[in-house]
Design a protein around this ligand. Structure first.
Ligand code: SAH
Ligand code: SF4
Length: 412
């Protein structure tokens, strides 16, 4: 199948696009070792070979990052033919790749239908920074929650992504950034992870990851597996609007870092901004945070707080925030609101954000303002969307003109 990559005028690609195929066969990606062994057993691989084959395939998929069975050099030809007949390890289709003028990259990816459904599209974003690079991954297409300031919240949930699809976002980004070792390097060579482009993952794309717990868990355990993709759990952050029971499970079963979309410090206001608060109010949410395993000064929970003009940006709110978080090892991340077409909210004035930040700094919390990245390609928080919601070019140009008028082209 051919891949069409639409590249808008201001975008550029880093490397030729590798041919990809829709997954007509079951994928081996996203299976844990046990499931991988089961898949091989089901195709007649002898029991005494299973452990060794699983280890080999795991290495090819997650250390070497191959997406073609023919590249499995130490696997016999017969075995490769068998794998090719029954399974796939293909990447998703890239519908569009954009590169912002600040280096941020955004991929619009298309995944095949599941069951009777239609193909779906999601976005992932790569944000390069001094000394690190962060990949923002989506967990659902749309979202069932309806946070009033979030563009994704205006879109119906289309479906949960599978572990394969969640993990594929990481594999594809590593392909496109040249972040897997060269195929020519001999099997068994240890690869240094120090100069990797993707050093961090944040589950902050589309969707509520804790409403898709099992698949997110599987994908993150593979991403942090020491014999594979090897991301440190301290460099993987899962962001949630506050699904309290699954926060406990995240701590016990996944063990990655946690970010909470707080956005308000009073239940009355949070009920409006983040409606899941009606089910799990602040007291229960903070209690779950307090009990999150492994917290210390070096390992804190991030509290995200979107700055909405005249809604949650007063000094009273800042005081309330400090009080609420007392005793919880916390980082606060102030996010300037990123507008989207049709929203009634506005971003707080810069002076107000700075005053709010100063107050928080004086209370002992460091560097809290998150610089918006990739605004020119609509890659900033809350701006990701699916195909059904994609703006046509004319709409996008009009929206970009509005953004520039509101913010100035180089205000970041
Ligand atoms: N559903 C999860 C993760 C995805 S949202 C969650 O809510 O935590 C990632 C972050 O972007 C959240 O903190 C979310 O509240 C914030 N966000 C959503 N829309 C935004 C917008 N328009 N401007 C700035 N931040 C936004
Ligand atoms: Fe869903 Fe998170 Fe957006 Fe709320 S902020 S609607 S939970 S994606």
């Amino acid at each position: 199948m051919t891949v069409s990559v639409t590249l808008p005028e201001r975008s550029q690609t880093a490397a030729p696009v590798r041919p990809t195929a829709f997954a007509e066969k079951p994928s081996l990606l996203g299976l844990d070792r046990e499931e991988l062994g089961e898949a091989l057993r089901g195709k007649g691989v002898p029991e005494k070979q299973i452990k060794m084959r699983v280890a080999q395939i795991w290495n090819w998929l997650y250390v070497r990052g191959i997406s073609d069975f023919d590249h499995m050099a130490n696997v016999s030809k017969d075995m490769r033919e068998m794998l090719k007949t029954h399974f796939t390890i293909a990447r998703p289709e890239i519908v569009e790749e954009q590169v912002s003028n600040d280096g941020t990259r955004k991929w619009l990816l298309r995944f095949p239908p599941r069951g009777a459904g239609r193909p779906v599209e999601v976005e992932s974003v790569y944000i390069p920074e001094e000394g690190r690079g962060t990949l923002c991954i989506s967990s659902q297409v749309g979202c069932t929650l309806t946070c009033s300031f979030c563009h994704t919240g205006t879109q119906k949930l289309v479906r949960n992504l599978t572990a394969e699809e969640i993990l594929s976002q990481l594999l594809l980004a590593r392909d496109r950034l040249g972040d897997f070792p060269d195929r020519e390097i001999p099997v068994g060579t240890m690869m240094p992870s120090s100069d990797r482009k993707i050093t961090n993952i944040v589950m902050m794309g589309m969707g509520e990851p804790l409403y898709n717990f099992e698949e997110v868990k599987k994908a993150l355990l593979i991403a942090t597996d020491g014999d594979g993709l090897s991301l440190s759990k301290r460099r993987v952050t899962l962001s949630t609007s506050g699904v309290v029971p699954e926060i406990y499970r995240t701590g016990d079963e996944i063990g990655v870092m946690l970010a909470i979309s707080l956005h308000a410090v009073r239940d009355e206001l949070r009920d409006m901004l983040v409606p899941i608060n009606k089910k799990y109010p602040l007291k229960e949410l903070i209690e779950a945070c307090r009990n999150y395993p492994g917290l210390s000064n070096a390992r804190r929970i991030t509290f995200e707080y979107v700055m909405l003009k005249d809604v949650n940006d007063s000094l009273e709110d800042a005081k309330g925030l400090i009080q609420l978080l007392k005793g919880v090892p916390a980082k606060i991340n102030l996010i300037p609101f990123n507008p989207w077409p049709g929203t009634n909210y506005q971003c707080s004035d810069w002076a107000t954000i700075e005053k709010f930040a100063d107050f928080i700094n004086q209370a002992g919390y460091a560097s809290p303002i998150r610089t918006p990245r990739g605004r020119d390609i609509l890659a900033a928080c809350g701006q990701l969307k699916s195909e059904s919601e994609r703006m046509r070019k004319t709409e996008r140009l009009a929206f970009e003109a509005m953004m520039i008028a509101n913010h100035g082209e180089d205000d970041d």
